[in-house]
Design a protein around this ligand. Structure first.
Ligand code: AP5
Length: 245
């Protein structure tokens, strides 16, 4: 199976600090800021972002078997099958750069995926002696509905480096051009208005119960994702620091 765009995060990067972060799950509806915050955690703690959406989009762009299976489903704003996504995640998490921890962005998003993740973390495949074997820290970003719509419709991203922009909240210095590498920014195929509603409905119906599951098991921490990006980041860092204190 073709791997993710971020499987190039090198082992040397993971060796720069001895800090173990363990698994971090970022939950939240489309546009909540999961990708934005995952990149900041990645830069701060030097652990990889594992974005199922990014991996799937990469596979669609590459025309792999996985991409061909996922393409139409994603274009409709529905969820790709649990079997395909779980196997994709398994292959990513066994990479050496995940040993100190990783940030799951967009996974799990069904009850079946959450159960699968718990079982995987319990598996001997992972070294039981390491703190990364701990249950994941689950952080949910809560954002007002109208704010979500503005964020999704205003999102632009760089096809080269993956940096995320927003025409309302985080514009590029030069309109539609990436500040970092000069690439022309693109709008995601599923950020069209007619696809946004099904995506939000999928979150409500299939992913909200995942948050309830983590809440019942005492693992859910909610963050007010309506706040400016830097404030949200500061709160997430506090949560991670407190968790490991
Ligand atoms: P995926 O790529 O995971 O999309 P999503 O969950 O819909 O989330 P988004 O990427 O839209 O939003 P985000 O929360 O990352 O927000 P961002 O940081 O970009 O999934 C896409 C599709 O893939 C799914 O529909 C499904 O088909 C498939 N898929 C993926 N995972 C799957 C799984 N596990 N199982 C089955 N199918 C799966 O921010 C949004 C915008 O807001 C940006 O422009 C940003 O600049 C701005 N912004 C962020 N934070 C703030 C802030 N605090 N204030 C102001 N603006 C902000």
């Amino acid at each position: 199976m073709t791997q993710s765009p971020n499987d190039s995060i090198s082992n040397s990067m993971a060796q720069e600090t001895s800090r173990d972060v363990g698994p971090v799950v970022l939950l939240g509806p489309p546009g909540a800021g999961k990708g934005t915050q995952a990149k900041r955690i990645m830069e701060h703690y030097l652990v990889p972002q594992v974005s199922t959406g990014d991996i799937l989009r990469y596979n669609v762009a590459q025309g792999t078997e996985l991409g061909r299976a996922a393409k139409a489903v994603m274009a409709r704003g529905e969820l790709v099958s649990d079997d395909l996504v779980c196997e994709m995640v398994r292959q990513r998490l066994i990479q050496p750069d995940c040993k100190r921890g990783y940030i799951l962005d967009g996974f799990p998003r069904t009850a079946a995926q959450a159960g699968w993740l718990d079982a995987l973390l319990d598996d001997k495949l992972f070294d039981n002696s390491r703190p990364t074997r701990a249950w994941p820290i689950v952080i949910r970003l809560d954002v007002d509905y109208n704010q979500l719509l503005l964020r999704i419709t205003g999102r632009r991203s760089c096809p080269t480096c993956g940096r995320i922009y927003n025409v309302h909240f985080q514009p590029a210095l030069v309109d539609e051009i990436c500040d970092l590498d000069g690439s022309k920014l693109v709008t995601r195929n599923d950020d069209r208005l007619e696809v946004i509603q099904p995506r939000l409905a999928a979150y409500q119906e299939q992913t909200f119960p995942v948050a309830e599951y983590y809440q019942r098991t005492g693992r859910l921490i909610s963050v007010n994702g309506d706040r400016p990006m830097d404030e949200v980041t500061a709160q997430i860092f506090r949560i991670l620091e407190d968790h490991h204190a």
